[in-house]
Design a protein around this ligand. Sequence first.
Ligand code: UD1
Ligand code: CA
Length: 450
Amino acid sequence: MKSTAVLLAAGQGTRMKSSLPKILHPLAGRPMIQYIFESAAQATSEPPVAVVGFMAEEVRKALGEACRYAVQEEQLGTGHALRQAEPILRGKTGLVLVANGDLPLLTSESLGELVRAQASSLAAFSLLTLLSDQPRGFGRIVRDASGRMMEIVEESQATPEQLGIRELNVGAYCFNAGWLWDALARISLSSSGEYFLTDLVEIAHEAGGEIQGIPVEDPAEALGINTRIHLAEVEAALRTRINRRWMEAGVTMIDPATTYIDAGASLGEDSEIWPNTFVLGDTRIGRDCRIGPNSYILDTRIGDGCTVLASYLEGALLEDEVEIGPFARLRRGAHLANGVHMGNFGEVKNAYLGPATKMGHFSYIGDATIGGQVNIGAGTVTCNYDGKQKYHTEIEEGVFIGSDTMLVAPVRLGRGSSTGAGAVVTRDIPPNTLVAGVPAREIRKLDRDD
Ligand code: UD1
Ligand code: CA
């Protein structure tokens, strides 16, 4: 039987007190809605439908082409939201899996179980339930004398007695489509001016229909987000889940509690992550690396056997056996080839450092191409900007740059050339030539054969 997921993602999430829709708040580097979207897509056979409304364009951007969209112009409640998907889905699917957009920890396994349970039953619908003493604003499930599900009361509408009910509505449902669409039209407006999806329980019960409760095994999966406090709780739970996955895959974490790996990042076997380290965005780290402590790595590729100590990397590429830090900064377009060593207080931007090149201390290299086996002395600066334009510096293989050299770009240092300490290089240096002074002038030719 065909099954299709509908994600409810039109609300603003007023309890977040934010100009960003709740479901776009990031969790481990991704908009919240992407998590439930992926789990729901995996648990169903057809491409999902998202019901969008508040800041619909931004939500579409976050979910992309893999999703279909229904628009809820006015946010009149979850029941009204689901009705907006009817024109797309009526007659097209046998089962409709509905999930709130603010349940990022629900797994595809749990949603799959919900779909299978409904597929093999005669119930009007099935829903995920949770037994808990911490209701977190969830609707309470009320059962009749014979134990059948009778209604769901929202926290705002519940009597003191009902508030004590421990069986909660998680916010994921699987409907028999043949029953759903007509039933949806029968939901009436609540006293708060909304059409509650959860009223379908009462509607089914009154008609003598059956509703199946499917308990979620792991209560952590049912952590929904209504407030910023919930957001932080879910972020912590998600990070724990991500860290466990990498440890199971062979990564050592000295202190998982202070290790922050985004959902989109990856790590290789036998790499070690030291405390207070952030591996963010689309970062990929190879095998046998030692990363941290105190490092921030965003959208960066790191090969095998690298060491990154207390450093800040963004949009960089490190090949294998590269060693950087403490206190190195790599900006967009920094590319460090095999065996590069970069010590403390260096900055590299939009530049290639060839194999085994060394940059030990206090240097700025921007807009440059540097060959292999180059020694960049302490305090070397590529003067790449004249206030209007950026210029390129080219340093060929085997160059030795003396401490405190200023390389006024555009400039080229020939293979095997050398600069004296404090040189201000304003003109190209021929190969195998020593220059010094301000501005630097030729001192002598070098014998580079030894
Ligand atoms: C809902 C359930 C509650 C359940 C809880 C668990 C209802 C009436 N109540 O309450 O029983 O325990 O979820 O997660 O369904 N949305 C729309 N359009 C709207 C209103 C909401 O698309 O007009 C979307 C929101 O963007 C959100 C989802 O529906 O993703 C749930 O809305 P929310 O306001 O968070 O519902 P709860 O009050 O948590
Ligand atoms: Ca909610």
